[in-house]
Design a protein around this ligand. Structure first.
Ligand SMILES: NC(=O)C1=CN([C@@H]2O[C@H](COP(=O)(O)OP(=O)(O)OC[C@H]3O[C@@H](n4cnc5c(N)ncnc54)[C@H](O)[C@@H]3O)[C@@H](O)[C@H]2O)C=CC1
Ligand SMILES: O=C(O)[C@@H]1CCC=N1
Length: 279
C-alpha cells in the first residue's frame, strides 16, 4: 500500500475502531496515515490515538482535501448531514467509502457533487482480528484503480467480496449483523452450561472452540454443511436428539427470521431516508 495514502474516518465508534485496529495492526497503513474524527468526544479520539497511534482530530478541524479515502462511519441517521457537510470540501478523485447500513451509493451520489466516487462497504466487527467478511459495491463514478484500492485496503481486515448492490441488504443480514447471532448463541450456551453446573468461563472456551472448529471445517473441507452435520449425527445418538429439539423449537425458522429481520431493517433505513429527502 502506498506510504503516502491517507485515510480519514468520520465517526469514531465501534466499527471505525475495529477497522482501524485491523488496518494499523497488520501494518497495511502506518498510524500516521490514518485519522479519526468525531463531532465532540475528544476523550474518545485520545483513546484511539493512545491505542493505535493514529491522529484524532475534531471534525471541524479536519482538512478533508488531504485524504485519498474518506470512510463514513457514523450512524445512518447522520448520513445526510455528513454528506452535505463534506460535499464541497472534497474533489472527485477522492473516494468516499461508507460503512453505513442501508445507505445506498445512489443516496450518497445524490448528496455529493456530480461525478463523486463512492463505494458502499459492509464490514463486521471481526475486522478487529482481521476476520471480517466485508462486501463492497462500487458507485457509478468510481475508477477501477479505486475499486482495487478498496479491495486491498479492506483485505487487511479480512475477506472481501465485490457484490451487486441489490445484495447488500442481505449481506448485511448475514455478515454485517451476523457476529451478533453467534454471540447470542454463545450467551445461551453459557447460560445453559451454568444452569447445569459448569463454570461460565470454561463453557465460553469450550463453546467458542466448537464454533471456531465448525467454521474452519466449513471453510477448509469440501463437504457441504449438510454432509458435515450428518457426519456428527449418529442414528439415535445425542446429536439427533439435540437437532430434534432445535427443530421442534423453531431453530431454523429463528435463523431465517434473524437474517431477514436485519435485511428488512436495512431496506427500511434506505426507504425512510429516501422519504425524508423527498419531503
Ligand atoms: N457495529 C457494527 O457491527 C457495524 C456497524 N456498521 C455501521 O457503522 C456505523 C457506525 O456504527 P458503530 O460504530 O457501531 O456506531 P457508534 O455509535 O459506536 O459510532 C458512531 C460514531 O459516529 C460519530 N458521529 C456521529 N455523527 C457524526 C458526524 N456528523 N461527524 C462525525 N462523527 C459523527 C459518533 O460520535 C460516534 O463516534 C453505522 O452506520 C453502522 O450501520 C456497519 C457494519 C457493522
Ligand atoms: O446494527 C447495525 O445497524 C449495524 C449494521 C450492521 C451491524 N451493525
Amino acid at each position: 500500500m502506498a506510504n503516502d495514502l491517507r485515510v480519514a474516518f468520520i465517526g469514531a465508534g465501534n466499527m471505525a475502531e475495529a477497522m482501524i485496529s485491523g488496518i494499523v495492526k497488520t501494518g497495511t497503513l502506518e498510524p500516521r496515515q490514518v485519522t479519526a474524527t468525531n463531532r465532540s468526544n475528544a476523550d474518545r479520539l485520545l483513546e484511539l490515538h493512545n491505542e493505535y497511534g493514529i491522529q484524532g482530530i475534531m471534525r471541524d478541524k479536519l482538512q478533508l482535501s488531504s485524504y485519498d479515502v474518506i470512510f463514513l462511519a457514523m450512524k445512518p441517521k447522520d448520513a445526510e448531514s455528513s454528506l452535505l457537510s463534506i460535499k464541497d470540501h472534497i474533489r472527485p478523485d477522492q473516494v468516499v467509502m461508507s460503512v453505513l447500513a442501508g445507505i445506498s451509493t445512489e443516496f450518497m451520489e445524490e448528496h455529493l457533487n456530480d461525478g463523486q466516487q463512492v463505494i458502499r462497504v459492509m464490514p463486521n466487527t471481526s475486522s478487529m482480528l482481521r476476520e471480517s467478511a466485508t462486501a463492497i459495491s462500487p458507485g457509478q463514478n468510481v475508477t477501477m484503480k479505486n475499486v482495487k484500492l478498496a479491495k486491498s485496503l479492506l483485505s487487511s481486515i479480512g475477506e472481501v467480496y465485490v457484490i451487486e448492490e441489490d445484495q447488500m441488504d442481505l449481506f448485511t443480514g448475514i455478515a454485517g449483523s451476523g457476529p451478533a447471532y453467534f454471540y447470542y448463541l454463545m450467551e445461551h450456551i453459557e447460560k445453559t452450561a451454568h444452569e447445569n453446573g459448569m463454570d461460565v468461563q470454561q463453557a465460553r472456551e469450550i463453546g467458542a472452540q466448537t464454533i471456531l472448529g465448525a467454521a474452519k471445517m466449513m471453510i477448509e473441507r469440501e463437504e457441504t454443511p449438510t454432509e458435515l452435520r450428518q457426519n456428527v449425527t449418529s442414528p439415535n445418538g445425542t446429536t439427533a436428539a439435540g437437532l430434534d429439539a432445535l427443530n421442534e423449537n423453531g431453530g431454523g425458522t429463528a435463523i431465517k427470521a434473524a437474517i431477514e429481520g436485519a435485511m428488512n431493517r436495512s431496506k427500511e433505513i434506505t426507504e425512510q431516508l429516501a422519504k425524508v429527502t423527498v419531503q
